[in-house]
Design a protein around this ligand. Structure first.
Ligand code: TXE
Length: 497
């Protein structure tokens, strides 16, 4: 079967080009998929435009849209093993993590099924019996959805769920490295009964297959998750036709540990914060900011624990974390570590690929801890998106806040302390979109997700996440239409005698 979904039909690229998808854990061939050109993407945009302007979906009652999203969740649950396996093979992540991801995707679709049902406008009371005034919420139109490779299906669901709940049509382009689960999601949308043309899929490289989604005049909204530089490009391209723009661009997230914290919990979670999925997580706690008085013992213990983390492939039951996504990404992480050492960071562990020959065919990188860092260093400011923790110290609460906020990013962060007032003061002062207190990484589909500063624009998830995909329309009706009377004098003066 061909792999591009345009107007309800699975078609190959007009160019006939294909791309090999290989598992980054061992280089094995996973699939050969069609590679779209910009012409394919423009065709997909045309289908989505027609489905929005002429098709039934935007007018489908919210209860029916909700029922369809619930069916999608049911079908995802039915296929969880197949989908998790596909996600593991494309990304190299452990199958247990892929299963968690699919469970999160199911929760996301159920959440937006509920939100679709609850969608309603509101009456605007004017106090004037001669006027009717209300706010209606309507779908934005045709959405361009661009997703990355770290959580391919989860990121797709954060965009597809609210886009459909609101009655939009869309074209989605997953990362060229990890297309498989987005293909499976499109098949499930069809099986659930979504009308042709509402969901369209193109696969391929960003600059060619993806660029029309931020440039084409028939796209009304572009939602992008990926790197900061690409995000800036998407936003600039979208400006030419003033599209609605939603961006999630990662972070450089502080994980702040006070001496009065539950240190066992803080230590264990500091490892999870940064080494989960080998650090390829937008909210990874890559910056440990630890109170100076406990620094030595805390970091020694972290180094000892990091050295024990077992690396392995998707189906290795003993593995605790996996590979990086590609050779190019591993080279980027290596360059980042080398530059950090060159600028004075102290390499406490890791810093290279593992020597284990069993891992030689993958893109593994050892859990790495860089001590002695300061905010002026590139390694503290730049995202490595790999298994690399930088360590900074502070003496006072004010200093911790200043260090943690000294970044152009602002996606997430955590505070560890047993002082109930202090954690609330910190949560208020940290300029990051999500603050975890005595925890790291949990997120809820009910709660907004998004970044301050250059971590992004707009919110995903939560009620605001849905509203990104809606336009608010004010409808005002004068119940007693009459001449305005503004220019009665002028028209009388100009009237012929
Ligand atoms: O991302 P890109 P890359 C960060 C992380 C990583 C860096 C680069 O630091 O090292 O970004 O990763 C599509 N028009 N994050 O190069 O290029 C592309 O095909 C339209 C953080 O893989 O941003 C893919 O589908 N689309 C992030 C998507 O953009 C374009 C997760 C993301 O790829 C395009 C991933 C273009 N001109 C990386 N160019 C997070 N926030 O979680 C590329 N794309």
């Amino acid at each position: 079967m061909a792999d591009l979904l345009i107007d309800g039909r699975w078609v190959p690229s007009v160019t006939g080009r294909t791309r090999e998808i290989r598992c980054p854990a061992d280089g094995s061939l996973v699939a050969v998929v069609d590679e779209a050109s910009s012409d394919d993407t423009v065709a997909a945009i045309g289908a989505a435009r027609r489905a929005f302007d002429e098709g039934p979906w935007p007018q489908t009652p919210a209860t029916d849209r909700s029922a369809l999203l619930s069916r999608v969740a049911d079908l995802l649950e039915r296929d969880v093993e197949k989908i998790a396996r596909a996600e593991s093979l494309d990304t190299g992540k452990r199958i247990v993590e892929a299963r968690y991801d699919v469970a999160d995707v199911v929760r996301c679709f159920r959440y937006f099924a509920g939100m679709a049902q609850g969608l309603s406008g509101r009456v605007v009371h004017t106090g004037d019996a001669g006027v009717l005034s209300r706010i209606d919420y309507e779908p934005v139109g045709v959405c361009g959805l661009i997703t990355p490779w770290n959580y391919p299906l989860l990121q797709a669901s954060w965009k597809v769920g609210p886009a459909l709940a609101a009655g939009n049509t869309f074209v989605i382009k997953p990362s060229e490295l990890t297309p498989s689960t987005t293909i499976l999601l499109m098949q499930i949308l069809q099986e659930a009964g979504l009308p042709d043309g509402v969901a369209n899929l193109v696969l391929g490289a960003g600059p060619e297959a993806g660029a029309p989604l931020s440039e084409h005049p028939d796209i009304d909204l572009v939602s992008f998750t990926g790197g900061l530089l690409t995000g800036r490009r998407v936003m600039a391209a979208a400006a030419a036709t003033v599209k609605k723009v939603a961006l999630e661009l990662g972070g450089k997230n502080p994980n702040i540990v006070f001496a009065d914290a539950d240190l066992d919990a803080a230590l264990d979670n500091a490892l999870t914060a940064v080494f989960l999925h080998s650090g390829q997580v937008c909210s990874a706690g890559a910056r440990l900011i630890v109170e100076e008085s406990i620094h030595d013992d805390f970091v020694d213990a972290l180094v000892a624990r990091a050295g024990l983390i077992r690396l392995g492939g998707p189906f290795d039951g003993n593995a605790e974390t996996g590979t990086l996504i590609s050779a190019a990404h591993r080279e980027k992480v290596q360059r980042y570590v080398d530059a950090a050492v060159a600028e004075g960071a102290v390499l406490r562990c890791g810093g290279t690929p593992p020597a284990d020959p069993a891992l030689a065919d993958g893109f593994y990188f050892l859990p790495t801890i860089l001590d002695g860092c300061t905010t002026s260093m590139g390694c503290v400011q730049d995202e490595s998106f790999g298994p690399v923790m930088t360590v900074e110290t502070f003496r006072t609460e004010d200093e911790a806040v200043a260090i943690a906020n000294d970044t152009m990013y602002g996606l997430a962060g955590a505070v560890w302390s047993s002082d109930a007032s202090r954690v609330q003061r910190m949560a208020r002062r940290l300029r990051h979109g999500t603050i975890w207190i005595n925890d790291y990484h949990p997120y809820l589909p009910q709660a907004e997700w998004g970044g301050f500063k250059q971590s992004g624009v707009g919110r995903e998830l939560g009620p605001t996440g849905l509203h990104e995909y809606l336009e608010a329309k004010h409808v005002y009706q004068n119940l007693n239409p009459a001449p305005s009377g503004w220019f009665a004098g002028a028209s009388a003066a100009e009237a012929p005698a």
